[in-house]
Design a protein around this ligand. Structure first.
Ligand code: HEM
Length: 419
């Protein structure tokens, strides 16, 4: 078992599953050394992942210096604001932030976004269709999987339509590797986002809109959220909401393009078929590869002889938990049928949205987006011409790191009719 893990290794980023399977075979959690020299405990078992995420002895509060750059430039100040978000807190701070946020993200309010999501999806799909019809190669990540979630977060935050292009540009830049852009571009994007969200909060305080964020700005329960908390929340909603959903849409598209039988079954199955594809993609290609880091407040016995010492850095690897053969038969197979109603299978719930007090707040929204977007691109009655992958799936580059996972590019071309 290699005891040093390099999350930046392109081969690992593309297919980390054999490594996780070998690690799981040694026990439900194992200590590894990361390429940067950090020691970490990776939890790979499905049952233990859920146990850890529900156990308050695994704290979400980062150690004093970690994740908090010295705020000596405007861009670092902006990054520092994000560090105050609720994923970095434990009870009772977390309980208060969570209660307020849950009150804004009610199922009714999320479902009310459906017509707008349908409109945004239809516009992006029409653009993809036009370009394919003109014979262009279209990158489904750049043209569809990235912009849709960013535009939807724009709806959640109540960003006026005229500002959406800026939001999209800044988000793209802060999410890009620093060496992919001209020097200073990433920092300038952070500063612009910070200034924009600060002004947006002031604007919502003066004149609330019908968006979810306005509800948060004006909720007075428990003293409400202060401006710093609102700023951290705006950043968190953007980052928690777009990169994950982008990877879900990109991975689902790739899986459908490479599994024609499952695509045909989804088309036949209608809404339930697309919902099953969404669930199985969440399990099979977990968009959040690992949760945020936890730190043990005391020694913890995880069973199977595994003892995690106090003060250890712990990562729950959702991608590994979701391929645990003890929870999922044929864990490496992409079989949406396991989540299809009436299939007779009672598949275990996947852990892609986490578990316990930090369970994803946007799971309903993410599912709504995927279940709207996939039929818009792949449904039989869509306007998009039939298309095919224009790359070898085994060669596609993936995002590096242990946090998010998904293809960076997904080039497609109009399919030539058979015969
Ligand atoms: C496919 C899409 C998504 C996936 C796979 C996903 C996954 C997750 C996971 C695993 C966590 C828990 C992390 C941890 O315990 O360290 C989480 C938390 C969170 N997610 Fe999502 N998420 C998705 C989409 C969204 C969207 C669309 C939003 C909002 C617009 C959102 C907002 C949040 C927030 C605010 C938290 C923190 C909750 C807390 O700390 O109590 N997520 N998400």
């Amino acid at each position: 078992m290699p005891d040093t893990l390099d999350p930046a290794d392109p081969a690992f980023a593309r297919d980390p599953y054999p490594y996780y399977a070998r690690l799981r075979a040694t026990g439900p959690a194992a200590r590894v050394t990361l390429a940067n020299g950090t020691d970490a405990w990776l939890v790979t078992g499905h049952r233990q992942a859920r146990e850890v995420l529900a156990d308050p002895r695994f704290s979400n509060v980062p150690p004093p210096a970690a994740g908090r750059p010295k705020p000596d430039s405007p861009a670092q100040q902006a990054r520092g604001c994000l560090a105050r978000h609720m994923l970095n807190t434990d009870a009772p701070d977390h309980t208060r932030l969570r209660r307020l946020t849950t009150a804004a993200f009610t199922p009714r309010r999320v479902d009310a976004l459906r017509p707008r999501i349908e409109r945004l999806t239809a516009d992006l799909a029409a653009d993809v269709a036009d370009r394919l019809a003109r014979g262009e190669t279209v990158d489904l990540v750049d043209a569809f999987a990235f912009p849709l979630p960013v535009l939807v977060i724009g709806e959640v935050l109540g960003v006026p339509t005229a500002d959406r292009a800026d939001l999209r540009t800044w988000t793209y830049r802060v999410g890009s590797p620093a060496d992919a852009l001209p020097a200073g571009a990433v920092d300038r994007a952070w500063t612009s986002l910070h200034a924009y969200f600060t002004a947006l909060i002031a604007d919502k305080r003066r004149s609330p809109g019908d968006d979810l964020f306005s509800t948060l700005v004006h909720d007075e329960a428990d003293g409400g959220l202060d401006d710093g908390e609102l700023l951290a929340m705006a950043f968190l909603l953007l980052f928690a909401g777009y990169e994950t959903t982008m990877n879900l849409l990109a991975s689902a598209s790739l899986l459908l393009l490479t599994h024609p039988r499952e695509l045909a079954a989804a088309r036949q199955g209608g809404p339930a078929g697309w919902a099953a594809v969404t669930e199985e993609t969440l399990r099979h290609a977990s968009p959040l590869e690992g949760t945020t880091w936890r730190r043990t407040t005391e020694e913890v016995h995880l069973g199977g002889g595994v003892v995690v010492p106090a003060g250890a850095s712990v990562l729950v690897v959702l991608a590994a938990a979701n391929r645990d053969p003890a929870a999922f038969p044929e864990p490496d197979a992409f079989r949406p049928g396991r989540y299809a109603p009436g299939s007779g299978e009672r598949a275990a719930p996947h852990a892609a949205f986490g578990h316990g007090p930090h369970f994803c707040l946007g799971s309903r929204l993410a599912r709504l987006e995927a279940e709207t977007a996939l039929p818009a691109l792949f449904g039989e009655d869509r306007g998009t011409p039939a298309f095919a992958l224009a790359a070898d799936p085994a060669e596609l580059p993936y995002r590096p790191g242990l946090l998010v996972r998904g293809p960076r590019h997904l080039p497609v071309v109009r399919a030539t009719p058979a015969g």
